[in-house]
Write a new protein. Structure first.
Length: 362
Protein backbone atom coordinates (compact mmCIF):
# COMPACT_ATOMS: atom_id res chain seq x y z
CA UNK A 1 0.00 0.00 0.00
CA UNK A 2 1.44 3.43 -0.91
CA UNK A 3 2.30 5.66 2.01
CA UNK A 4 -0.08 8.49 2.73
CA UNK A 5 1.07 12.02 1.98
CA UNK A 6 -0.06 14.43 4.70
CA UNK A 7 0.02 18.21 4.68
CA UNK A 8 -1.00 20.74 7.31
CA UNK A 9 -1.86 24.29 6.34
CA UNK A 10 -3.00 27.40 8.17
CA UNK A 11 -5.67 29.14 6.15
CA UNK A 12 -5.97 32.88 5.68
CA UNK A 13 -7.74 34.40 8.66
CA UNK A 14 -11.33 35.49 8.12
CA UNK A 15 -13.89 36.06 10.82
CA UNK A 16 -11.42 36.56 13.64
CA UNK A 17 -9.43 33.34 13.74
CA UNK A 18 -7.22 30.97 11.86
CA UNK A 19 -7.96 27.29 11.54
CA UNK A 20 -5.39 24.57 11.17
CA UNK A 21 -6.42 21.88 8.75
CA UNK A 22 -4.70 18.59 8.04
CA UNK A 23 -5.33 16.38 5.06
CA UNK A 24 -3.95 12.98 4.14
CA UNK A 25 -3.95 11.83 0.55
CA UNK A 26 -3.78 8.08 -0.05
CA UNK A 27 -4.64 6.00 -3.08
CA UNK A 28 -6.86 3.89 -0.78
CA UNK A 29 -8.47 6.39 1.56
CA UNK A 30 -9.90 5.24 4.86
CA UNK A 31 -12.73 7.71 5.64
CA UNK A 32 -12.39 7.05 9.36
CA UNK A 33 -8.77 8.19 9.25
CA UNK A 34 -9.15 11.17 6.91
CA UNK A 35 -9.22 14.74 8.16
CA UNK A 36 -11.32 17.68 7.04
CA UNK A 37 -10.71 18.72 3.41
CA UNK A 38 -8.30 21.59 2.86
CA UNK A 39 -7.30 23.82 0.00
CA UNK A 40 -4.19 21.66 -0.35
CA UNK A 41 -6.23 18.47 -0.58
CA UNK A 42 -8.52 20.06 -3.15
CA UNK A 43 -5.61 21.22 -5.29
CA UNK A 44 -4.11 17.74 -5.14
CA UNK A 45 -7.39 16.21 -6.32
CA UNK A 46 -7.70 18.76 -9.12
CA UNK A 47 -4.14 18.08 -10.25
CA UNK A 48 -5.13 14.47 -10.70
CA UNK A 49 -8.05 15.26 -13.01
CA UNK A 50 -5.84 17.53 -15.16
CA UNK A 51 -3.34 14.73 -15.65
CA UNK A 52 -3.23 13.96 -19.38
CA UNK A 53 -4.93 17.19 -20.48
CA UNK A 54 -2.41 19.23 -22.54
CA UNK A 55 -1.61 22.50 -20.73
CA UNK A 56 -2.23 24.55 -23.88
CA UNK A 57 -5.67 22.99 -24.34
CA UNK A 58 -6.51 23.63 -20.68
CA UNK A 59 -5.42 27.26 -20.92
CA UNK A 60 -7.47 27.82 -24.10
CA UNK A 61 -10.55 26.30 -22.46
CA UNK A 62 -10.15 28.54 -19.42
CA UNK A 63 -9.74 31.68 -21.52
CA UNK A 64 -12.87 30.87 -23.55
CA UNK A 65 -14.91 30.10 -20.45
CA UNK A 66 -13.77 33.24 -18.63
CA UNK A 67 -14.88 35.32 -21.62
CA UNK A 68 -18.26 33.59 -21.53
CA UNK A 69 -18.74 34.02 -17.78
CA UNK A 70 -17.79 37.70 -17.93
CA UNK A 71 -20.51 38.40 -20.47
CA UNK A 72 -23.55 40.41 -19.44
CA UNK A 73 -26.20 38.10 -20.89
CA UNK A 74 -27.48 35.41 -18.50
CA UNK A 75 -26.97 31.91 -19.84
CA UNK A 76 -29.88 29.62 -20.59
CA UNK A 77 -27.76 26.51 -21.15
CA UNK A 78 -24.77 24.94 -19.39
CA UNK A 79 -21.52 26.72 -20.23
CA UNK A 80 -19.35 23.72 -19.32
CA UNK A 81 -19.75 21.39 -22.30
CA UNK A 82 -17.49 18.40 -21.69
CA UNK A 83 -14.91 16.92 -19.33
CA UNK A 84 -12.05 18.98 -20.77
CA UNK A 85 -13.98 22.19 -20.16
CA UNK A 86 -14.92 21.10 -16.67
CA UNK A 87 -11.46 19.88 -15.66
CA UNK A 88 -9.73 23.02 -16.90
CA UNK A 89 -12.19 25.45 -15.39
CA UNK A 90 -12.41 23.55 -12.10
CA UNK A 91 -8.63 23.59 -11.73
CA UNK A 92 -8.63 27.31 -12.44
CA UNK A 93 -11.70 28.45 -10.46
CA UNK A 94 -12.60 25.82 -7.88
CA UNK A 95 -9.87 26.76 -5.33
CA UNK A 96 -11.00 30.41 -5.42
CA UNK A 97 -14.67 29.49 -5.06
CA UNK A 98 -13.77 27.14 -2.20
CA UNK A 99 -11.91 29.89 -0.30
CA UNK A 100 -14.64 32.50 -0.82
CA UNK A 101 -17.44 30.16 0.27
CA UNK A 102 -15.41 28.86 3.20
CA UNK A 103 -14.87 32.45 4.38
CA UNK A 104 -18.63 33.08 4.24
CA UNK A 105 -19.44 29.81 6.01
CA UNK A 106 -16.88 30.45 8.75
CA UNK A 107 -18.45 33.88 9.32
CA UNK A 108 -21.80 32.10 9.69
CA UNK A 109 -20.23 29.58 12.09
CA UNK A 110 -18.82 32.45 14.17
CA UNK A 111 -22.27 34.07 14.39
CA UNK A 112 -23.98 30.77 15.29
CA UNK A 113 -21.33 28.87 17.28
CA UNK A 114 -23.69 26.23 18.66
CA UNK A 115 -25.18 25.36 15.29
CA UNK A 116 -24.06 22.92 12.60
CA UNK A 117 -26.06 21.83 9.55
CA UNK A 118 -27.29 18.26 9.49
CA UNK A 119 -28.22 18.64 5.82
CA UNK A 120 -26.85 20.80 3.02
CA UNK A 121 -28.23 21.62 -0.42
CA UNK A 122 -25.87 23.39 -2.82
CA UNK A 123 -27.65 25.03 -5.76
CA UNK A 124 -25.67 25.33 -8.97
CA UNK A 125 -22.83 23.60 -7.20
CA UNK A 126 -21.08 22.25 -10.28
CA UNK A 127 -17.97 20.39 -9.19
CA UNK A 128 -18.70 20.90 -5.49
CA UNK A 129 -16.53 23.74 -4.18
CA UNK A 130 -19.21 24.78 -1.67
CA UNK A 131 -19.66 21.29 -0.24
CA UNK A 132 -15.90 21.00 0.24
CA UNK A 133 -16.06 24.38 2.00
CA UNK A 134 -18.89 23.18 4.27
CA UNK A 135 -16.88 20.11 5.22
CA UNK A 136 -13.90 22.32 6.03
CA UNK A 137 -16.12 24.40 8.33
CA UNK A 138 -18.15 21.82 10.27
CA UNK A 139 -16.88 18.43 11.41
CA UNK A 140 -20.37 17.13 12.23
CA UNK A 141 -21.89 14.57 9.81
CA UNK A 142 -24.46 15.81 7.31
CA UNK A 143 -26.35 14.76 4.22
CA UNK A 144 -25.29 16.63 1.10
CA UNK A 145 -27.11 17.31 -2.18
CA UNK A 146 -25.54 19.13 -5.13
CA UNK A 147 -27.80 20.47 -7.88
CA UNK A 148 -26.52 21.63 -11.26
CA UNK A 149 -27.66 21.44 -14.86
CA UNK A 150 -24.22 20.51 -16.29
CA UNK A 151 -23.78 16.75 -16.04
CA UNK A 152 -20.03 16.92 -16.91
CA UNK A 153 -19.52 19.18 -13.89
CA UNK A 154 -21.48 16.85 -11.62
CA UNK A 155 -19.52 13.86 -12.90
CA UNK A 156 -16.23 15.53 -12.04
CA UNK A 157 -17.65 16.59 -8.67
CA UNK A 158 -18.47 12.96 -7.88
CA UNK A 159 -14.95 11.94 -8.87
CA UNK A 160 -13.30 14.57 -6.68
CA UNK A 161 -15.62 13.77 -3.76
CA UNK A 162 -14.87 10.06 -4.00
CA UNK A 163 -11.16 10.83 -3.64
CA UNK A 164 -11.67 13.16 -0.67
CA UNK A 165 -12.06 10.63 2.12
CA UNK A 166 -14.75 12.84 3.72
CA UNK A 167 -18.04 10.99 4.41
CA UNK A 168 -20.25 14.02 3.67
CA UNK A 169 -18.61 14.33 0.25
CA UNK A 170 -18.30 10.65 -0.59
CA UNK A 171 -22.00 10.04 0.10
CA UNK A 172 -23.29 13.24 -1.54
CA UNK A 173 -26.21 13.09 -3.97
CA UNK A 174 -25.26 14.80 -7.27
CA UNK A 175 -28.41 15.66 -9.26
CA UNK A 176 -28.73 17.13 -12.73
CA UNK A 177 -31.36 19.85 -12.37
CA UNK A 178 -32.24 22.94 -14.36
CA UNK A 179 -31.74 26.09 -12.26
CA UNK A 180 -34.66 28.36 -13.08
CA UNK A 181 -37.93 29.70 -11.68
CA UNK A 182 -39.48 26.22 -11.64
CA UNK A 183 -36.80 24.75 -9.34
CA UNK A 184 -38.09 23.06 -6.18
CA UNK A 185 -35.62 22.43 -3.36
CA UNK A 186 -35.79 19.85 -0.58
CA UNK A 187 -35.91 21.23 2.95
CA UNK A 188 -32.43 21.57 4.37
CA UNK A 189 -30.55 23.06 7.31
CA UNK A 190 -28.17 24.88 4.96
CA UNK A 191 -28.72 26.13 1.41
CA UNK A 192 -25.75 27.59 -0.46
CA UNK A 193 -25.89 29.48 -3.75
CA UNK A 194 -22.44 30.52 -4.91
CA UNK A 195 -21.53 32.33 -8.13
CA UNK A 196 -24.91 31.42 -9.62
CA UNK A 197 -27.15 34.50 -9.55
CA UNK A 198 -25.21 36.27 -12.34
CA UNK A 199 -26.04 33.40 -14.69
CA UNK A 200 -29.80 33.82 -14.18
CA UNK A 201 -32.42 36.23 -15.42
CA UNK A 202 -33.88 38.64 -12.88
CA UNK A 203 -37.06 36.55 -12.66
CA UNK A 204 -35.12 33.35 -12.05
CA UNK A 205 -32.88 35.03 -9.44
CA UNK A 206 -35.87 36.21 -7.46
CA UNK A 207 -37.52 32.79 -7.66
CA UNK A 208 -34.34 30.98 -6.58
CA UNK A 209 -33.81 33.17 -3.51
CA UNK A 210 -37.48 32.76 -2.58
CA UNK A 211 -37.19 28.97 -2.87
CA UNK A 212 -33.99 28.93 -0.80
CA UNK A 213 -35.77 31.02 1.84
CA UNK A 214 -38.74 28.65 1.82
CA UNK A 215 -36.69 25.51 2.36
CA UNK A 216 -33.52 26.45 4.27
CA UNK A 217 -32.87 27.14 7.93
CA UNK A 218 -29.73 29.01 6.90
CA UNK A 219 -29.03 30.50 3.47
CA UNK A 220 -25.60 31.61 2.27
CA UNK A 221 -25.25 33.38 -1.08
CA UNK A 222 -21.89 34.32 -2.59
CA UNK A 223 -21.28 36.43 -5.69
CA UNK A 224 -18.22 38.04 -7.30
CA UNK A 225 -16.91 41.05 -5.38
CA UNK A 226 -17.87 43.52 -8.09
CA UNK A 227 -20.34 46.41 -7.98
CA UNK A 228 -22.98 44.36 -9.83
CA UNK A 229 -22.25 41.29 -7.68
CA UNK A 230 -22.79 43.40 -4.57
CA UNK A 231 -26.13 44.67 -5.94
CA UNK A 232 -27.30 41.08 -6.48
CA UNK A 233 -26.31 40.28 -2.89
CA UNK A 234 -28.20 43.33 -1.58
CA UNK A 235 -31.31 42.30 -3.51
CA UNK A 236 -31.05 38.77 -2.08
CA UNK A 237 -30.41 40.17 1.42
CA UNK A 238 -33.53 42.34 1.24
CA UNK A 239 -35.54 39.36 0.02
CA UNK A 240 -34.30 37.11 2.86
CA UNK A 241 -35.09 39.75 5.50
CA UNK A 242 -38.60 40.16 4.04
CA UNK A 243 -38.98 36.37 4.34
CA UNK A 244 -38.29 36.52 8.09
CA UNK A 245 -34.56 35.76 8.16
CA UNK A 246 -31.97 37.38 10.42
CA UNK A 247 -28.65 38.44 8.95
CA UNK A 248 -25.75 36.54 10.54
CA UNK A 249 -22.91 37.93 8.40
CA UNK A 250 -21.25 39.99 7.18
CA UNK A 251 -23.62 42.76 8.28
CA UNK A 252 -23.82 43.56 12.02
CA UNK A 253 -27.53 44.43 11.64
CA UNK A 254 -30.70 43.70 9.66
CA UNK A 255 -31.20 47.33 8.64
CA UNK A 256 -30.58 48.94 5.29
CA UNK A 257 -27.02 48.82 3.97
CA UNK A 258 -25.39 52.18 4.84
CA UNK A 259 -23.40 52.27 1.60
CA UNK A 260 -24.85 54.74 -0.88
CA UNK A 261 -25.40 52.79 -4.07
CA UNK A 262 -23.16 53.86 -6.89
CA UNK A 263 -20.48 55.25 -4.58
CA UNK A 264 -18.97 52.04 -3.22
CA UNK A 265 -19.75 48.38 -2.69
CA UNK A 266 -19.29 45.86 0.12
CA UNK A 267 -16.88 43.06 -0.69
CA UNK A 268 -14.09 41.04 0.87
CA UNK A 269 -11.05 39.04 -0.21
CA UNK A 270 -9.78 35.51 0.31
CA UNK A 271 -6.16 34.57 -0.36
CA UNK A 272 -5.79 31.75 -2.92
CA UNK A 273 -2.60 29.95 -3.87
CA UNK A 274 -2.11 30.16 -7.64
CA UNK A 275 -1.67 26.91 -9.52
CA UNK A 276 0.55 26.53 -12.57
CA UNK A 277 -2.62 26.82 -14.67
CA UNK A 278 -3.42 30.16 -12.99
CA UNK A 279 0.04 31.46 -13.81
CA UNK A 280 -0.13 30.15 -17.36
CA UNK A 281 -3.45 31.83 -18.10
CA UNK A 282 -2.97 35.08 -16.19
CA UNK A 283 0.78 35.49 -16.27
CA UNK A 284 2.61 37.11 -13.39
CA UNK A 285 4.95 35.64 -10.83
CA UNK A 286 3.10 35.93 -7.52
CA UNK A 287 2.31 32.53 -5.94
CA UNK A 288 -1.12 33.76 -4.82
CA UNK A 289 -4.03 35.98 -5.74
CA UNK A 290 -6.92 37.50 -3.80
CA UNK A 291 -10.43 36.34 -4.68
CA UNK A 292 -12.82 39.28 -4.26
CA UNK A 293 -16.36 38.29 -3.27
CA UNK A 294 -19.59 39.62 -1.77
CA UNK A 295 -21.89 37.48 0.36
CA UNK A 296 -24.79 37.28 2.74
CA UNK A 297 -25.45 34.64 5.40
CA UNK A 298 -28.94 34.58 6.92
CA UNK A 299 -30.64 32.30 9.44
CA UNK A 300 -34.11 31.47 10.70
CA UNK A 301 -32.90 30.94 14.27
CA UNK A 302 -30.96 33.18 16.63
CA UNK A 303 -27.58 34.45 15.56
CA UNK A 304 -25.00 36.73 17.13
CA UNK A 305 -23.58 38.86 14.33
CA UNK A 306 -20.42 40.86 14.79
CA UNK A 307 -20.71 44.18 16.59
CA UNK A 308 -18.83 45.65 13.63
CA UNK A 309 -17.17 44.28 10.50
CA UNK A 310 -13.87 45.45 8.99
CA UNK A 311 -14.84 46.51 5.48
CA UNK A 312 -11.45 47.47 4.05
CA UNK A 313 -7.85 46.41 4.50
CA UNK A 314 -6.67 47.96 7.79
CA UNK A 315 -4.14 50.77 7.47
CA UNK A 316 -1.22 50.20 9.81
CA UNK A 317 0.78 53.32 10.57
CA UNK A 318 3.37 54.19 13.19
CA UNK A 319 1.68 53.78 16.54
CA UNK A 320 -1.84 53.46 15.17
CA UNK A 321 -4.20 51.35 13.06
CA UNK A 322 -7.05 52.80 11.00
CA UNK A 323 -10.09 50.54 10.74
CA UNK A 324 -12.97 51.14 8.33
CA UNK A 325 -16.01 49.51 9.90
CA UNK A 326 -19.65 48.76 9.25
CA UNK A 327 -21.25 49.00 12.68
CA UNK A 328 -24.50 47.94 14.31
CA UNK A 329 -25.50 51.39 15.54
CA UNK A 330 -23.40 53.99 13.72
CA UNK A 331 -23.38 52.78 10.12
CA UNK A 332 -20.03 53.26 8.39
CA UNK A 333 -17.30 54.49 10.72
CA UNK A 334 -13.53 54.81 10.88
CA UNK A 335 -11.86 53.95 14.18
CA UNK A 336 -8.29 54.91 15.04
CA UNK A 337 -6.70 52.46 17.46
CA UNK A 338 -3.46 53.66 19.03
CA UNK A 339 -0.82 52.24 21.35
CA UNK A 340 -2.55 53.75 24.35
CA UNK A 341 -5.38 51.25 23.76
CA UNK A 342 -3.02 48.45 24.86
CA UNK A 343 -4.38 44.99 24.08
CA UNK A 344 -6.91 46.42 21.64
CA UNK A 345 -4.06 48.01 19.66
CA UNK A 346 -2.23 44.69 19.49
CA UNK A 347 -5.42 43.05 18.28
CA UNK A 348 -5.94 45.78 15.67
CA UNK A 349 -2.49 45.11 14.22
CA UNK A 350 -3.54 41.51 13.59
CA UNK A 351 -7.09 42.09 12.38
CA UNK A 352 -7.82 41.38 8.72
CA UNK A 353 -10.23 42.67 6.12
CA UNK A 354 -13.53 40.89 6.74
CA UNK A 355 -12.91 40.16 10.42
CA UNK A 356 -15.37 41.05 13.17
CA UNK A 357 -14.45 43.89 15.51
CA UNK A 358 -13.72 44.13 18.36
CA UNK A 359 -12.16 40.68 18.66
CA UNK A 360 -14.24 38.11 20.49
CA UNK A 361 -13.10 37.16 23.96
CA UNK A 362 -10.90 34.10 23.92
Amino acid sequence: MPAAVCVTVVTARFGGHARDRAACQNSTVNPAESALPTAEALRAALAGVLDGLPPKQAAQAVERLITNYRGTTPTDAPVLRDRSDVAAYAAYRMPATFEAVRAALEALADAAPGWAPGSHVDVGGGTGAAVWAADATWAEPRTTTVLDWAEPALALGRELAAASGAPALRTADWRQTRIDAALKLPESDLVTVSYVLKELTGRDRTALVAEAARTGQAVVIVEPGTPDGYLRIIEARDQLIAAGYRIAAPCPHDGACPIERGTDWCHFAARVSRSSLHRQVKGGSLPYEDEKFSYVAAVRSDAHPAGARVTRKPQIRKGQVLLDLCTRDDGLRRDTVTKRHGALYRAARDVAWGDSWPPQEG
